[in-house]
Design a protein around this ligand. Sequence first.
Ligand SMILES: [Zn+2]
Length: 429
Amino acid sequence: MLKHNYYGNLGEEGFSKLPLVLQRFLSYTQYNTTSDPKSTTAPSTPFQVEYAKMLKEELESVGLTDVVVTDKAVVMATLPATPGYEECPAMGFIAHMDTSPEASGDPVRWQVLDYQGGDIVLNPEKNIVLTLDRFPNVGKYAGEKLVVTDGTTLLGADDKAGIAIIVETARYFIEHPEVPHAKLCFAITPDEEVGRGTENFDIPAFGADYAYTFDGDELGGFETETFNAAMVNVHFEGLNTHPGSAKNKMINAIRMAMDFIDRFPAESVPEKTEDHEGFFHPIGINGAVRGVDIRMLIRDHDNAKFEDRMQYVRKVVEEMNRVWGNRVTADIRVQYHNLKNYLDNHPVVCDIAREAYRRLGIELHEKPVRGGTDGARLSAMGLPTPNLCTGGMNYHGIFECLSVTGIERSLELGIELGKMSAEVKSLSK
Ligand SMILES: [Zn+2]
């Protein structure tokens, strides 16, 4: 069924004893699906096309019959409602196939550990150690099974764990026709990590009235809030002369850029903020005396504070233009809005998920995402989509790992939600 020939530290027999959701996940890690932020093609990397084709076979192997892969490598399939439940709103599940370009994703040499607590030596030869002082969250998994890498690549639980959960959720309902459900829609998208996951996502073709992304991390996490986000491009127009005869003539754009950065609060930066605290984040600078460009991110969960931050930039530009003589221009572009703005109009969608966690006895941790999710963009496009957990953690780097209990219980969540879809009569209260 699954194409792979890598059995990690388990051997073929040990591998075959793992829960199927984990077998699927581990076999998916053997496909390189790193996305590329510099690419302008869709998908951004050709291997995602290959992987999408493999996923079509995966979904067909569990019994889905209408699996489609678009020419942009978006995979979609549906499971029709149980007869008598056609009027229930259609529920969707979404995950993404690419892995973060911030770390190598090939070849993934995973290991399944019986974790006894303490630091984890991932790679004795290269002396790569996952330490609890840097990743204290890992300590609580002592006594459980954890999947880690050999410290040379990321693992890809973000978000192949989500894909394995979706495939197994579909399999459950196909193998249990006696369990009623609404129409269930499944999608796997490319290029989420480079901010293009919804670029070619056709909501009418998907067919869901509401959806959940399986793209969170540790068990119990439920995400209904993201940042509001804007990107600022500022240009400082200098005036260059020979430095020997520059007095009262030269205008150094580098000094203007320094002056600009100094006008922002020093505490309001990513490295000094957490939870609901927003920030200004200069991410790029280039130029010379004659001209400098700065790129800066604005992030805030709170709508009013987000507006204030954009206003603050305009005010700084105004002040600088008074001091420097109209040599500063700024372009402020909103990138996405807080997911909560949209979900507040569809409280039922979040309440269904909260109820699923409750029924399964999974302790709920609602926390604001300090970033965006594909769900934020989908919700803005009219498909309300909060984000569920998968059991993974420490994403986008070589210390990424996955709790085996975490992925198994997150799968239970998919199945429970599918069952609950039959209880939903309407999405408006
Ligand atoms: Zn992700």
